[in-house]
Structures are given as structure tokens and as C-alpha cells.
Design a protein around this ligand. Structure first.
Ligand code: ZN
Length: 319
């Protein structure tokens, strides 16, 4: 895509490039045109496994390069509003419940939940490269060290995780070299362009061409369920996201915000080919049977987990 050339700045200039890009009216029009053409993009698959279920991006499964999934709330041991497969400690759940749920989830993919690496998510756009020596950082209560919203690794067998209940998780792999990344994007991360920031980082640090990157956008809250106030809407309008499907006036003083559409457009603008993106259209708020939703449940809810791990070169795990 011709937009890709705009991203090929020197390392360290990423923020500036993003700022320039998002303020360009031409970029918005081009991104929207491509988005409109991509209505038929491949969605995630929902896979049943006993009394639980998880989602996978077909492009990632077919690549054979990674293990990955996005969890649902089904098949866990947590009670009440956290029922039942809550995977996050900061929800008021009992720690032993979260541990049991994580063990259950990771056993589905033959991973040890104690190997998981996850960060303290702060709705920012910082990213962190994770080495094997940090295996388990974030697996048990109080062990997450780094405050950031995107993790990158080149280490086979190291599962990266992120949590969400309405926010979108963005998965990345490269067809050129062993490399996996996982980002967490709520409205702040989306506004900050965490998706293209990861793309730019992979390009600058690992010489990965954006057109060789596969990306997947997890379920997230849909615009009908996600109304924001004028102040938040104004930030998106200022950044150029001032039209359908990104932002649309709703009732007086409120706007429908589509973080999935914006993240998708940003990835395209970052140079990822539309056919290399899988996007789930499932809404975390609409689908109370499958997902937790922070907005729907007014904060009293659990979290889904997304994970990704590179396979070793023989297609199996190394741990
Ligand atoms: Zn919805």
C-alpha cells in the first residue's frame, strides 16, 4: 500500500510520524475508502472445548507460526458478576479462582499458566520487548512489573498475555522472522495509535515490512454500546476521526465510538494489507453470554485474556 512509505521514518520518530499522519485529512479519506472495501474481512472463529470456548484468528492458525487465543467467560469457577472464567486478579475475584481459571485456559493449548508474561495495563502506548528471562512475570498475583500496553517477543514458547473487557486486543506476527506482539487498546490506546506504533516499532527495530505482518483485532465493544461524552469525542474529532464509522452523533451530548473501525483503519494506514487482518465483529457488551463488559456491567465484571506465543521452528513448543 502506498501509505506504508509514510511510516518508514528513522527509529525514535514514531510519535511524530503518528501525530502527522493522524492529522492528515487525506489519510482519513484513504483509510476510510479501504475500510469500506474490506467489509468481508475474515472474522475470528469461536471454538468450543468442553464447557468452555475461545476465539482464534484463522490467519494466525493457518500460519503455523504461533499459538494464540482470546478467551470467553465460559467454563471457569468464578461466581456472580465474575462468572465464570475471569482471568484477571484486579477484579475483586479470589486469587485461587483466577489461578484455576488461567490454568484451565492455558491447559487447552498445552501451556503452563506460570510461564505467562503480562504487563500492568495503563491505557498508554508504550511497548516492551520481553526476553525468556522474564518468563512468569505477570502470571501470579503481584508479579507484573512493567507498566505498558504492548508486548513484543522473539522468543519461542513464551506466552504473552493481555486482559480486556470492552477494550480491543491487537495481535501481530511477522511472516519474515519469528516475532509476535500483543497490544491492548481502549479508547486512549486507540486515540494514541498503539496499533501502528507497534507496526512502526517492528519495522524500525526488526526490519519487518508492514506488508509481511499479519494482524488480528479481538472482540471489542461496538459503537451502539459505546457512547462517549463530548469531551472524549472532541479528542477523536481533533485527530480526524470525525465521521462514520469511527464517530457518529447519538443522543444529545453523546457520540458512538467505534474503536474497532479506528484500529482497523490505523493498521491499514500503517501498511498492513487488508487481507492480512482478521477482525472479530463480536461485541463484548452485546454478547453477555460470551464476554465480560466493563461498560455494560458498570465496572463490576471480570476480564478475558488474549495470549500469543511463538512456536519453535519445528512447529512445537520448546518449554
Ligand atoms: Zn454492542
Amino acid at each position: 500500500m502506498k501509505q506504508a512509505s509514510r511510516w518508514s521514518g528513522p527509529a525514535g520518530k514514531t510519535a511524530l510520524i503518528i501525530e502527522k499522519l493522524f492529522n492528515r485529512e487525506t489519510f482519513q479519506k484513504e483509510a476510510f475508502a479501504v475500510t469500506a472495501k474490506c467489509r468481508g474481512e475474515v472474522k475470528f472463529k469461536v471454538i468450543r472445548a468442553g464447557d468452555t470456548a475461545y476465539l482464534q484468528a484463522p490467519l494466525f492458525t493457518q500460519s503455523g507460526l504461533v499459538d494464540h487465543a482470546f478467551s470467553t467467560r465460559l467454563g471457569g469457577c468464578s461466581d456472580g458478576p465474575l462468572s465464570s472464567l475471569n482471568t484477571a486478579y484486579h477484579t475483586g475475584d479470589r486469587e485461587e479462582n483466577v489461578i484455576r481459571n488461567r490454568r484451565r485456559f492455558f491447559n487447552l493449548f498445552n501451556y503452563d499458566y506460570r510461564d505467562l508474561v503480562s504487563a500492568v495495563q495503563v491505557h498508554g502506548t508504550d511497548l516492551d520487548v520481553v526476553k525468556l528471562s522474564r518468563r512468569g512475570e505477570g502470571a501470579l498475583p503481584g508479579t507484573a512489573r512493567r507498566e505498558c500496553d504492548a508486548l513484543v517477543t522473539t522468543e519461542p514458547g513464551l506466552p504473552l498475555g493481555a486482559y480486556s473487557a470492552d477494550c480491543q486486543l491487537i495481535y501481530f506476527i511477522s511472516k519474515q522472522r519469528p516475532l509476535a506482539a500483543l497490544a491492548h487498546a481502549g479508547w486512549k490506546g486507540t486515540l494514541g495509535g498503539i496499533g501502528p506504533k507497534v507496526v512502526s516499532f517492528l519495522q524500525d527495530q526488526y526490519r519487518v515490512s508492514p506488508d509481511q505482518i499479519l494482524a488480528a483485532l479481538s472482540p471489542a465493544i461496538c459503537p451502539d454500546c459505546y457512547k462517549v461524552d463530548e469531551k472524549t469525542a472532541g479528542l477523536f474529532q481533533s485527530a480526524g476521526w470525525n465521521r462514520t464509522p469511527y464517530l457518529e452523533p447519538a443522543a444529545a451530548g453523546s457520540y458512538k465510538l467505534d474503536i474497532g473501525a479506528i484500529n482497523f483503519a490505523q493498521l491499514l494506514a500503517g501498511g498492513i494489507k487488508p487481507e492480512n487482518i482478521n477482525r472479530s465483529r463480536l461485541c463484548t457488551s452485546c454478547r453477555s453470554d460470551l464476554f465480560y463488559s466493563y461498560r455494560r456491567d458498570r465496572g463490576n465484571t471480570g476480564r478475558m485474556i488474549g495470549f500469543i506465543a511463538l512456536k519453535d521452528q519445528t512447529g512445537g513448543r520448546v518449554l
